[in-house]
Write a protein that binds this ligand. Structure first.
Ligand code: ATP
Ligand code: MG
Length: 446
């Protein structure tokens, strides 16, 4: 019999529960991932013990979702979610189950789970509990609902997006029934909270197959949760830079950038403003002047709607707004761009964004544009190596230095520092205190 290597601490939790007369299994994602030879993110445990009983058996626990039967057990610093066997009650508007009922039946607990590959349990004593053919579906690489697809999606609409997310993560296909039911019921995703949609969208985007976002489009999901994407799928771009529609270009660009939330979101949004500025000249060539600013506006709207946090939103918007900048091939222009974009980290993300954008363009232009980008990167490495000043913080004088030198406190201090920084960005060797104080004295009567 095939076996799963359960980590020691999870094993210890199972043992304690067993010794006290309860059933307990590892369940869900960790069983699926172990069978696939992937390293599970976390080890969830399902048990016949009630939350109160679980809390009695372990010294450190957290009431994570006690109403839904989940207690987090802390061993050393590691956390394990231990959930009582449960049946999900009526779902309110495709959102949360109104109430859950605890049960003594593992089968009932597995039945409430979304997909066959997520509905397996395992313990060393009992081996695999696979009541719905999860192992066969893993082998056949399909996402199939536990029970009737449409019914399961009516209970919780988010499962439709989860189906696509798991397909993209694993490279699996959807059964015809899953696909058909999504097509029929995608509109009900309107009722699902922004937070839950955001979490699944991000998991889809940072998967090894972000371009399977197309599947969400084909099934009618994006039409509901991100209609802005449907608009670029039909936006042609008949010009020498491009080989595909804006949407196809976007999918390829996402594939070309590392699996990072900010970077993938940036590529998803970077050209969404194109339909708003689309123009065709007399020669039949399509232009999209100023599209980056429009894309930023759309990115901001979408991220607000999906309740992304401010830090993520600002970083993504900055990258989208700047993605079509071309610094000139000299150190001054590279330093100035790095400063204007917001610092070294953003500048390096900007370079990654440009590279993936270029790689998704017309084969005839890729070579020259990559050569250009390599040159920018080369100059940037030199700038870093020299430790050139790139921000007010690194300037050899501060506001208090100017005041100590006899300047009146006030807004002119900030303006002076800004002018000094502009000069130092052009001539990094001038970042010396004596020199800058002298320059500031010359500026005093401006
Ligand atoms: P990952 O490794 O990406 O976290 P996972 O399978 O652990 O994948 P989770 O979202 O963490 O996914 O959910 C844990 C388990 O809970 C799932 O394997 C599934 O059995 C069940 N589950 C989660 N969400 C739902 C849902 N909306 N409907 C039904 N069952 C669900
Ligand atoms: Mg999980």
């Amino acid at each position: 019999m095939a076996m799963i290597e359960i980590p020691q601490k999870a094993e210890q939790i199972l043992r304690v529960l067993h010794e006290n007369g309860y059933e307990a299994y590892v369940v869900g994602g960790c069983v699926r991932d172990s069978l696939l030879g992937r390293t599970p993110e976390d080890w969830d445990i399902t048990t016949s013990a009630s939350p109160a009983q679980v809390k009695q058996l372990f010294s450190r626990t957290i009431d994570t979702g006690i109403r839904h039967g989940t207690v987090t057990v802390v061993l050393d610093r590691e956390r394990f979610e231990v959930t009582t066997y449960r049946i999900d009650g009526e779902y309110e508007d495709g959102r949360h189950p109104k109430q859950v009922t605890f049960t003594s039946s593992l089968e009932e607990d597995l039945k409430r789970r979304d997909f066959t590959i997520n509905a397996m349990a395992y313990s060393d004593e009992s081996g695999f509990v696979d009541l719905f053919g999860g192992r066969k579906d893993l082998q056949d690489q399909v996402i199939r609902c536990v029970g009737h697809s449409a019914e399961r999606f009516r209970e919780d609409a988010l499962r439709m997006l989860r189906a696509v997310r798991f397909a993209a993560q694993l490279g699996f296909r959807l059964t015809d029934s899953v696909r058909g039911s999504i097509y029929e019921l995608a509109y009900t995703l309107k009722q699902v909270s922004a937070e839950r949609i955001q979490a699944e969208l991000v998991r889809l985007l940072i998967s090894p197959r972000p371009h399977w976002f197309r599947l969400a489009y084909e099934c009618g999901i994006t039409a509901v949760v991100m209609p802005e994407f449907d608009r670029i799928m039909t936006q042609r771009q008949n010009n020498p830079h491009h080989a595909y529609s804006t949407g196809e270009h976007t999918l390829v660009a996402m594939q070309n950038i590392p699996a990072d939330k900010v970077l993938r979101l940036t590529m998803l949004f970077h050209d969404m403003g194109k339909p708003e500025v689309f123009e065709t000249d007399e020669a039949g060539i399509d232009h999209f002047h100023g599209h980056a600013a429009h894309s930023e506006g759309i990115a901001r709207q979408i991220m607000k709607r999906l309740k992304f946090d401010n830090a993520t939103t600002e970083t993504v918007c900055t990258l989208v707004r700047n993605h079509s900048r071309y610094p000139k091939l000299n150190a001054y222009s590279v330093r100035l761009t790095a400063y204007e974009i917001g610092g070294p980290q953003l500048f390096e993300q900007f370079l990654q964004v440009k590279r993936s954008d270029v790689l998704a363009q017309h084969p005839d232009v890729i070579g020259a544009k990559l050569d250009y980008l390599k040159e920018v990167e080369h100059i940037w490495q030199d700038v870093k190596l020299h430790g050139d000043c790139l921000s007010l913080k690194e300037l050899a004088v501060s506001g208090s230095d100017l005041i100590a030198d006899g300047r009146k406190p006030g807004p002119q201090i900030g303006e002076t520092l800004h002018l000094l920084l502009m000069e130092v960005l052009e001539f990094p060797e001038r970042n010396r205190k004596e020199y800058l104080l002298e320059r500031s004295r010359e500026m005093r009567f401006m």
